[in-house]
Design a protein around this ligand. Structure first.
Ligand code: PA5
Length: 428
């Protein structure tokens, strides 16, 4: 469940500020697949309709791979890597000691990063999951060439075949052809699910299975969201959030910062930024999505939030009710640091009190509007729920802006320029 709390947003009753019939009309457009970009709405039914046979095959392949490696390199960019990383970091944490470590490539062309990664992998038993829907994206393409060659030179051609899995389109694209020709196992990204909506497809699920994450629970969370976020009007929390951010934009706000107090949700923030940035930033419209992690950023951007330029940015604060794990502040009889007054509270209690204090400072003193999204726990079930919640919200808020939320023509511009400058055959 997610509760949308608008008491600090400065918005009045949503129903008096936005036409509920517009919300119902857009809800029907999403469900009936009748709006712009309607061939990319496969994610709406996906928590129910995902291919169970392929899921079982993925579980088998992931178990086999997991038994052979200590490191999985996920190669992909944008929607082809952010979801898996967001889930892995949120669920397993940043310093876990589980068997398989997941690291990422193909999201940067930094030669230093690639060379350092190559060095790091020299004495590792690593496997590769290469992900690209189009199969033609340069960044993951060249990273895969580099690491595929390294893997083959470390373990030989025959063993390498069992350590490489490709996730790509069913039939199109260079990656599909390459994988088929070289005998690598492939899993499919459905045609009607775009990159940034693909975390619950093999794009996110296969790497997470290899990591040992409970993906059944992720699907259970997504299904619960699909079932509970089904109202066609403003009683639907996903639509409340969409409507609230749309209204903030109408009132002149240009940017929204997603704020988390949980360090391991930093990558969820990055996933959210991609989802909202690529869906809405078009035709001169859309809030600029940015993000912060508190307390870390309270000691840097916190100054700007409290006293900087007003009426440009608002915060959307994620509040987690119950911690997965908690920790105490130990009693120290000497009490030289004067912190014994905190020993009757846990870290989570102190963090929660900080949220209250910060909201009060930002909203009441700093005149910085806050939307608060409250949810129960930072676990696998909640991850699935969050994904569906934000996907539904962005579909609603994109359609409220009257744009196509499901394409990314702006991203194609740089891709084309790069192909041209690099002399890709056939590109003029
Ligand atoms: O959301 C999107 O469609 C993009 O962010 C893509 O995921 C990203 O550009 C990577 O594309 P591909 O998977 O084709 O390599």
């Amino acid at each position: 469940m997610i509760k949308v709390d608008l008491q600090y947003s400065g918005l009045k009753d949503l129903k008096t500020e936005i036409s509920e019939s517009k919300i119902i009309e857009i809800h029907n457009m999403i469900q009936n697949k009748s709006g712009r970009g309607n061939d990319f709405l496969g994610w709406v039914e996906w928590p129910e309709t995902f291919d169970k046979e392929e899921y079982n095959a993925m579980k088998q392949a992931a178990n086999q791979l997991r038994s052979k490696i200590d490191t999985l390199v996920v190669i992909g960019i944008g929607g082809s890597y952010l979801g898996a990383r967001a889930a892995d970091e949120m669920i397993r944490g940043l310093n876990h000691i589980d068997k398989v470590k997941v690291i990422y490539a193909g999201h940067t062309m930094s030669s230093t990063y690639v060379a350092q990664l190559t060095k790091y992998l020299k004495d590792k038993n690593f496997g590769i999951c290469v992900v690209s829907k189009s199969g033609t994206t340069t960044e993951p393409g060249i990273a895969f060439r580099r690491l595929e060659e390294q893997l083959i030179s470390q373990v030989g051609l025959v063993k390498a075949k069992d350590l490489i899995v490709a996730v790509t389109d069913a039939s199109r694209g260079a990656l599909k052809t390459l994988a088929d020709q070289k005998g690598y196992q492939t899993f499919t990204i459905p045609d009607d699910i775009g990159g940034r909506f693909s975390v619950l497809t093999p794009v996110g699920i296969f790497p997470l299975l290899v990591a040992g994450v409970n993906t059944d629970n992720i699907f259970a969370g997504a299904l619960a969201a699909k079932k509970t976020l089904n109202a066609n009007d403003l009683s639907n929390p996903a639509y409340q959030y969409a409507a609230a951010r749309y209204l903030m934009n109408q009132k002149g706000y240009k940017a929204e910062a997603l704020v988390t107090y949980e360090l391991q949700m930093q990558l969820l923030n990055e996933w959210w930024k991609q989802l909202f940035g690529e869906c809405e930033g078009k035709e001169g419209k859309g809030l600029y999505p940015t993000s912060m992690v508190f307390s870390t950023d309270l000691h840097s951007l916190g100054q700007w939030i409290q006293e900087g330029t007003r009426n440009v940015l608002f915060e959307t604060v994620i509040k987690v009710k119950t911690p997965v794990l908690d920790a105490n502040v130990p009693v120290d009889q000497a009490n030289y640091d004067g912190l014994n007054y905190l020993t009757n509270k846990t870290f989570h209690e102190i963090n929660s009190i900080a949220i209250e204090g910060v909201i009060d400072a930002h909203v009441n003193v700093g005149k910085m509007p806050n939307i608060v999204l409250e949810f129960e726990k930072m676990d696998d079930v909640q991850f699935g729920y969050l994904v569906y919640f934000f996907e539904l919200a962005v579909a609603m808020s994109g359609y409220l802006l009257d744009i196509n939320p499901f394409d990314q023509p702006g991203v194609e511009v740089y891709k084309y320029n790069m192909f041209k400058l690099l002399g890709k055959p056939g590109v003029k």
